[in-house]
Design a protein around this ligand. Structure first.
Ligand SMILES: *Cc1c(COP(=O)(O)O)cnc(C)c1O
Length: 449
């Protein structure tokens, strides 16, 4: 047999990055600033301090540094589950009969089942360093709440998670996992906050929303000076922390003398995509290479492909700063028939800017039945049961590999496999039974109000 790449390339502990990569430091034309909705002026650090930890507020506004040191204590935690493997999808390539080389970076090898832990660890660490007692957050599908509960327990912090009540009821095992790590989890809307009580008074039977859960978590944090609020995607700080995904991918590919022609990531709030592409976008900005970058989102929540690039609120209650992003309007709620995560109305302002400036070359949307077809093919060939969110990237990788089959080009494709799908079995059951449907919102539904 000819010498071939290994199936999985594991870097050493020593090769875990020592610095995160800040894409904004490489950009000449920076993303538009966050705006204070009250004053109409750009947000300054002091505006953020009542809500976010000091260090995270600084990272959020840092447009200048190209690299940010990863604290030793954070690297020690990363060693518990990193470096994550870069895998060569030989069996998927064979199943597709493509000459393309397909690589994927697998981030599902930790208890949160996703890349979310990469950002949860530094956030909890900085809160502990600041002498805070605890954190609050919201969670939709549950991966973020799980990741943060693991990190908070490790650093000895209290955590209160507001979980969207619809999802809280559908995924009782998420609650069990989060409570095992000692965090408090409350279905939102709840009667523990003014925001929650107001929503309950008006809609006693509501299944909740991310926007409402954010309002509750922020309310609790700002009322107690020993608490802060943290968010698991969208923000610049999260993309910064997630750059470990891209840096490790690039290092592993260098060891194989490979460089991606095409890079693909799924896009919900934009954090895994922004992290995966970080060092490659830096190469583009420095004129060193020009990989083709594709973002993939659900057809039922199509912010990049059908949204408007405009200033909008991050939440439905309109309590966050205004950010310039591709948005479906802060009141947009994806159809209840949409199974997975990736249900945020907006998009990371940094990813939005990169897409607007064509540094992200293409965005596509995929219907969920097509996504689950790709998920099933991947599970059967590569043995990993992918998360529905991750399967959007698989779908696009398959499309690109099939194009290579047609043209005979042996392109190198890299995609992010963000997590596993063990908590999404209801969706897999619907797909296997043939009862899963697709929903594509009308233009009227995604019009900014
Ligand atoms: C949260 C999540 C996503 C989407 O979030 P991004 O911020 O867009 O990366 C994708 N995949 C998995 C497994 C997730 O948990």
């Amino acid at each position: 047999m000819a010498k071939q790449d290994p199936y999985r390339i594991y870097l050493t502990e020593e090769q875990i990055p020592k610095q995160w990569l800040n894409i904004r430091g490489f950009m000449k034309d920076k993303p538009d600033p966050m705006i204070h909705p009250g004053t109409g002026k750009p947000i300054v650090k002091e505006d953020l301090l009542p809500i976010f930890c000091d260090e995270l507020a600084a990272q959020e506004l840092d447009e200048d540094n190209k690299y940010v040191d990863i604290p030793d204590e954070v690297r020690e935690f990363y060693k518990l589950y990193r470096p994550s493997p870069l895998c060569r999808a030989y069996n998927l390539e064979k199943a597709l009969g493509t000459p393309a080389k397909i690589y994927y970076k697998f981030e599902g090898n930790n208890t949160s089942g996703s890349h979310k832990l990469n950002a949860a660890v530094p956030m909890a660490y900085y809160a502990k360093e600041q002498g805070l007692k605890g954190l609050t957050t919201e969670t939709g599908a549950g991966q973020w709440g799980t990741a943060l509960s693991i990190a908070c327990k490790y650093y000895g912090l209290d955590l209160c998670v507001y979980m969207v009540s619809g999802s809280f009821k559908q995924k009782p095992y998420r609650k069990a996992v989060i409570e095992t790590y000692g965090a408090k989890i409350i279905a939102s809307p709840s009667n523990t906050t003014n925001a929650g009580r107001a929503v309950l008074a008006e809609h006693p039977d509501t299944s909740g929303s991310l926007g409402c859960a954010i309002s509750e978590a922020v309310e609790v944090a700002v009322q107690d000076p020993s608490l802060r609020y943290v968010l698991g995607s969208v923000m610049n700080q999260v993309l910064l922390h997630q750059s470990v995904i891209g840096i490790e991918s690039k290092t592993a590919m260098e060891q194989l003398n490979a460089y991606p022609d095409i890079i693909i990531g799924c896009a919900g709030g934009g954090s895994n995509l922004g992290g995966l592409i970080a060092p490659f976008v830096a190469d583009k900005l420095e004129g060193k290479a020009n990989p083709y970058i594709i973002a993939v989102e659900p057809a039922s929540c199509p912010s990049l492909t059908r949204g408007t690039y405009a200033y909008d609120f991050g939440d439905i209650a309109k309590i966050t700063p205004l950010v310039k992003m591709y948005t479906l309007g802060c009141e947009f709620l994806p159809s209840p028939n949409h199974a997975g995560g990736l249900r945020y109305h907006g998009m990371s302002p940094l990813v939005s800017k990169l897409y607007h400036d064509k540094l992200i070359d293409k965005a596509i949307s995929a219907e969920q039945t097509k996504v689950f077809e790709a998920a099933k093919l991947f599970a059967q060939s590569e043995t990993i049961l992918p998360a529905p969110e991750s399967s959007h990237a698989i779908y696009a990788a398959v499309q690109e590999a099939l194009k290579c089959k047609e043209s005979g080009e042996a392109k190198t494709i890299l995609f992010g496999l963000t997590g596993t799908g063990y908590f999404d079995m209801t969706a897999y059951m619907d797909f296997n039974a043939g009862t899963m449907g697709d929903y594509i919102p009308t233009d009227e539904e995604i019009k900014i109000k």
